[in-house]
Design a protein around this ligand. Sequence first.
Ligand SMILES: NC(=O)c1ccc[n+]([C@@H]2O[C@H](COP(=O)([O-])OP(=O)(O)OC[C@H]3O[C@@H](n4cnc5c(N)ncnc54)[C@H](OP(=O)(O)O)[C@@H]3O)[C@@H](O)[C@H]2O)c1
Length: 352
Amino acid sequence: MTMKTKYPIGILGATGMVGQRYIQLLENHPWFEIVWLAASDRSSGKTYGEAAKWRLDTPLPDRIAHMTVSEADPRGAPKIIFASVDAAIAREMEPKFAEAGCAVLSNSSAFRMTPNVPLVIPEINADHLHLIEEQPWRKQSGGYMVTNPNCSTIGLVMALKPIEERFGLEQIFVTTMQAVSGAGYPGVASMDILGNVVPFIGSEEEKMEAETLKLLGKLEGHAVTPLAARITAHCNRVAVEDGHTECVSIKTVKPATREEILAAWAEYKPLAGRDLPFAPEQPVQFAPQNDRPQPRLDRNRGRGMAVTVGRLRPCGLLDWKFVALSHNTVRGAAGATILNAELLASQGKLDR
Ligand SMILES: NC(=O)c1ccc[n+]([C@@H]2O[C@H](COP(=O)([O-])OP(=O)(O)OC[C@H]3O[C@@H](n4cnc5c(N)ncnc54)[C@H](OP(=O)(O)O)[C@@H]3O)[C@@H](O)[C@H]2O)c1
């Protein structure tokens, strides 16, 4: 798809960890241009350069540094909003933007499990986007809300979907080792995490379990019927900067050989030929080495948008076990929203 003019987009929560990733990833994006940045009262009125503590390893673009941070109010905002604020704030704020006619693409957990709000990964369940037609704002103002999953859920579901599609899934057991950037900035205190593992991330296990089944579920009529599988998640915070690692065991419905699972991953390319700029060519990449994937070595595969799997071997408890790794603020957050926006744009759903 070629664009005559770019879609003007706004970022709500622009100064945070995910907000900064949007800015980094959208620099030179062929379809989207940032025209509006908003954050809390602490930041509004300041230039972005003054308000944000830039934490990324590429320079803050000059144009963005000089933009003034706006109040988080739909008046004056563009009609496409990439939102990355805390769930409690999102719950109150995001509906106001949808009501004002905005397409709200949200990273927060506030509405992910709401029946008429699509929870979408383009490679997994693009058809669930149809749920926006069930939202009252869509009829009243044209506005709507689309969510992307929690950062730990995305890596898991991308690795599971190719297997689920061919063999079905009965049971899923996952243990995560999640990077500190997943907690935002400043996040976990250094005294709590250095040389340590914290075996608790508030609500993370519940989110991972529920979101996985919704994403792998079927759109039936006006809602999604979740996948009828049993799932349990153990979530841990570890002293890694970026990249969530997940140890996964699964029981399939039909038996699958190692070669068949490898083929399912290798051949899974549902967005091939769609020309979405952020879609990785190979969404699930298998690392054959016996000590991979590792966050430092594998998180940037597919420009941070691919999920790396490895160590596929028989499981003594269920059928198969493997390790999955994904970049939590790229594939697991800002990149996920951008890819959702590209999918919506390719369907004409961002034209206002
Ligand atoms: N980090 C990840 O890997 C990740 C992955 C997936 C999803 N998420 C989700 O994305 C959201 C943002 O996460 P984050 O890691 O970017 O958090 P963060 O670093 O703490 O950033 C929070 C952002 O929200 C803004 N904010 C705070 N109060 C506000 C208010 N009352 N009105 C408007 N803006 C307000 C902050 O602005 P100020 O700078 O002005 O305070 C900041 O821009 C959360 O819901 C999180 O669960 C995060």
